[in-house]
Design a protein. Structure first.
Length: 179
């Protein structure tokens, strides 16, 4: 189940230094409650050394891929494969189209199992439609029906104000009793 909660997105960021150049970025978002380990990726079946390490639970990481001229950079999410180990120690491959395959290793050779459909689907958005930002990916979470992300984001400050009000009221009552 954890492997299906790993979301992968590909976007580009225009270069601030070199007009006409773009930098593809691979966002790996872990929507699970456990970290994933030993990340690796391929682009056009070639290893991408920039993609490595771990992604902690309920976080995301952005990996910068090799940049180039806008018309010369050929990277689509369908050309990406992400490899990782889940919390249970299972080795997975997530294809750019969202398919998952569990890997088994024998004598140093990995054999991939049948394709499994994940809970989370990959999204391949055209580069021109994506925001030009280098901000790290943050996980998007599902909120209960009728609760928007912006409303849910206000819940914490409202709870803090309510807690502070309750403490102030309790202190006022204690001071009145002690007088």
């Amino acid at each position: 189940m954890q492997a299906s909660l790993i979301d992968v997105r590909l976007r580009t960021v225009p270069s601030a230094i070199h007009p006409g150049y773009v930098t593809p970025q691979l966002d790996v978002i872990n929507r699970s409650s456990h970290p994933v380990r030993e990340l690796a990726a391929t682009l056009h079946e070639q290893p991408v050394p920039e993609v490595c390490g771990d992604v902690n639970a309920a976080t995301g990481r952005t990996f910068t891929l090799p940049s180039g001229r806008s018309g010369e950079v050929s990277a689509r999410l369908a050309d990406v494969r992400l490899f990782f180990t889940d919390a249970a120690g299972a080795y997975w491959r997530r294809d750019g189209d969202g398919g998952l395959r569990r890997g088994t290793e024998r004598d140093g050779v990995t054999t991939w199992g049948p394709r499994e459909e994940p809970v989370i689907r990959a999204v391949d958005t055209p580069w021109a439609a994506q925001p030009a930002t280098s901000a790290p990916a943050r996980p998007a979470f599902d909120f209960p029906d009728g609760v928007s992300e912006s409303r849910a984001g206000r819940a914490r400050p409202v709870a803090v104000v309510a807690l502070v009000a309750a403490v102030v009221a309790a202190v006022a009552v204690a001071v009145a009793v002690l007088r």
